[in-house]
Structure formats: C-alpha cells, structure tokens
Write a protein that binds this ligand. Structure first.
Ligand code: MN
Ligand code: MN
Length: 426
C-alpha cells in the first residue's frame, strides 16, 4: 500500500461533515446534550481546532509519556523520597489526589459527550483524543497514590473522596457534576475546556509542578507535568466554540457561560491551590504567592484571551473577584485548620514567625486581619486561661455562678401540657 503524506489525508479524515436526510437535526443533537444556541447546523462546520494531531501521532506521544512517568514512579516508589518530604507538602498532594483524581475520570464523560454530540466532525475527533486523555489522567492519579498506601493510608482518598459526603468532596462533586457530567456539549466546551482548563487547571498544574520540583517531589512533578501536556491540547476546544458563538451573534451565551463557571471554579481553586501555595509548601521553596500566580495567570493572561474573543471581563471582576485575592483563601485556611478533623489531610497552620513575615510581605495587612487578634480559642490553647476547663473559662470571663445566664422562665414552657395534634387533624 502506498504511504500517503499526512497532508494528503489529514483533513479528509478529521473533518468530514454531512447533511442529514433520514433524521432531524434535533434527533441527532438534542438540546439537552448539545445546545446549538440557534446557530444553523452548517455554521458549526468551520469549527477548527488550533492544535492538530493524527491518531498514530497521538498513540506514539501518549505511549512515550506514560512510559516515562511510570518509570519515574517505579524508581521513586522503591526509595525513601516520600518519607523525606515536608509534612505540609504531603498534605498538599493528598488533598490534590482526593479532589482531582476521580474528577479527571468524570472529565472523560464530558469529553466523550463532545466526542458524540460536538457539532462538527473536527471537534468530535479532537474530543475523542480528549476522552482518552482524561481516562489516562484518572488512571494515573489513582495508580500513583495507590503506590503510597503503605506509607500513607489516606492516599486511598484519591478514590474514596468523591464517593463520600465530606464537605470539600460535596463542593467538588457539585461543581464537577454541573460542569462535566450534566452539561451539554457546547456549554462543556466553553465551561470545562476554556474556563476551567485554560484558566484554572493551568494554575493548579503549572504552579504545583514548579513547587514539586523545588521541594524534591520528582514523582508528583513528573506526573502533573505529563498530564498538563494533554490538557494544553484538548483545552483548545473552547476557543473555536466561543469564536463561532460570537460570530453568530451569541456573545451573550458565551459570556454568561464563562461568567458562571469562572466564579465557581475560582472558589474551588482558592481552596485547593491557595492553601497549598501559601501555607502548605515549605517557606524556603515557595516561589510566587498564590495572589501573584493568580495575577499573572488569570488576571493577565486569561483576561487577554477573553478580550481576544470580544468577551468582557465577568461583571463581578473588579468589585468582588479582585478583592477576594487578598482574603478569601486566608479565611478558608483559618476555617480548615480549626476544623481539621473534617478533612482527609493534615492542614499545616503555616504561621511560624518567619512564615507570618512572608505572608505580611505578600499580603500587606495580613497580620492585622488574620494574625493580630487573639480570640478565645487562641487564649485557651495558648495557656492564658487556667485551669483550661469550662469552669476556668467562665471564671476568666468574670462570670460567677450567680451571674451566668439561665433560661428566662426556668423552663416553664417545657412543663406545659403537650398540644394534642391528633385532635387538630380531626
Ligand atoms: Mn485531565
Ligand atoms: Mn482535561
């Protein structure tokens, strides 16, 4: 068989659209699974992905990536590298696996929906690669923590977290179900691939990859760098989708989808990336602060992309989003450290004297807002309340037994005869 040059067959195989004659458009692309937002079916046919790959190239590349990253894992798994990692860093990766591993698999459902219900053949072709990518990410991020089980039993939360009602898992499940598994193909391209992947997973993966190498976690660094190369490719399904919506007068749809999912993604990533970067990563290995990273990756680069498409920054950007860069993840850190039995990792307080100095330098005013005040719990734990008992705390507050609050009617309300509800029902 003659070998054809790639250019002679590529466009024919990746992009062969056809008109329907036996079925109606809405039967093939029902709105629940693929909302065309009123664009004529053939308008989608010019959909053109910026990054192109053939199936043989894809398989060759992915095979090489997996061979490389599993080889690193096999070597590190026999070493003492994990045991020697900083405790805060270990918390960051155990949190990451719990929040990310199963959702990567869920993302393969979103990709396969675009692989079937995307509105152009080229798009469905790209989404098929995306499906394979996300299956790989789900597998690799449950396999690596599986290898850690002997050293850290809670690594099994990579698989377990999303199947529990732990509060962070509830929040993650709500977000990912709305964005990945219960979304139509067109909205998925805008929300998952553009807003979430181009914006936020870049942040988590590039930020964590850089920090992993600095703290000496070669295993985790190699893993997420390998994943990121796939994300960079399949996240490009958002761009041509937004372009077509805008060109056909549906900028309002694209804008609303971005505004909605940007806000929800921000809240989850502040929890995951914010705490990891500013509190859990050992001070000597911190490069940028979370806020600096957000300013570079989100406020500058991602915003430029919105504008290139003719979209505006989300309506809440200046008034709500930018101010939150200064306080939101610090507030989460306070809450999570105090409520640490409710998470599956060990929260690192991260407020030793030199860490406080760093926080004050990166977030001027941090000390007055988050480090200044001694609340009752601080004083109790700090030994100012003696004896450290309920009686001791009440005496410390100046309340004698005669002065302490009691029920105003001495429970008279509880002594009254119960109301006969069955009589009322007749
Ligand atoms: Mn992925
Ligand atoms: Mn992805």
């Amino acid at each position: 068989m003659p070998r054809l040059a790639r250019s002679e067959w590529y466009d024919l195989t990746r992009d062969m659209n056809w008109s329907l004659s036996y079925v109606k458009e809405e039967e093939v692309w029902p709105a629940e699974l693929s909302n065309g937002f009123g664009l004529p079916a053939e308008a989608w046919w010019v959909w053109d992905e910026p990054y192109k790959v053939t199936y043989p190239e894809y398989v060759h590349n992915q095979y090489g990536k997996d061979a490389g990253v599993y080889a690193v894992n096999a070597v590190i798994g026999r070493s003492k590298v994990y045991e020697q990692l900083d405790p805060g860093w270990k918390s960051a990766i155990i949190a990451h696996y719990g929040v990310i591993a199963i959702p990567e698999y869920l993302a393969s459902l979103a990709e396969s929906r675009m692989g079937r219900f995307g509105r152009a053949a080229a798009w469905r072709n790209m989404a098929t690669f995306g499906t394979l990518d996300e299956m790989r990410h789900g597998q690799i991020q449950t396999y690596f923590p599986y290898g850690l089980l002997a050293k850290e039993p809670r690594a099994d939360w990579a698989h377990k977290a999303l199947h529990t009602n732990e509060w962070g898992a509830l929040a993650a499940r709500s977000l990912f179900d709305d964005m990945f598994t219960a979304n139509d193909a067109v909205s998925t391209a805008v929300q998952l691939t553009f807003t979430f992947e181009t914006g936020f997973t870049n942040l988590q993966f590039l930020g964590m990859a850089a920090d992993a190498m600095k703290v000496g976690d070669v295993d985790f660094g190699a893993l997420i760098s390998s994943i990121q190369t796939d994300e960079a490719r399949h996240s490009q399904q958002g761009e041509p989708t937004i372009k077509l919506l805008v060109e056909h007068g549906r900028k309002d749809v694209a804008q609303q989808l971005v505004d909605h999912m940007f806000w929800r993604s921000w809240r989850l990533f502040a929890l995951l990336t914010g705490l990891s970067m500013d509190y859990y990563t050992p001070l000597e290995h911190r490069g940028h602060s979370f806020k600096e990273f957000m300013r570079e990756w989100i406020c500058k680069q991602f915003l430029d992309q919105f504008r290139d498409f003719g979209l505006e920054k989300p309506w809440y950007w200046d008034e709500h989003f930018l101010p939150e860069l200064d306080w939101y993840h610090h507030a989460l850190q306070l809450g999570i450290w105090y409520w640490r039995p409710t998470v599956w990792w060990n929260p690192d307080a991260g407020v030793a004297p030199e860490e406080r100095e760093w926080l004050e330098e990166k977030y001027p005013g941090w000390h007055d807002t988050f480090g200044g005040h001694w609340d009752v719990i601080d004083r109790f734990l700090g030994g100012q309340i003696q004896p450290p008992t309920m009686e001791g705390a009440l005496a410390w507050m100046g309340l004698s037994p005669d002065e302490m609050g009691r029920d105003a009617t001495d429970y008279a309300w509880a002594q009254a005869a119960p109301h006969d509800r069955s009589a009322a029902r007749g």
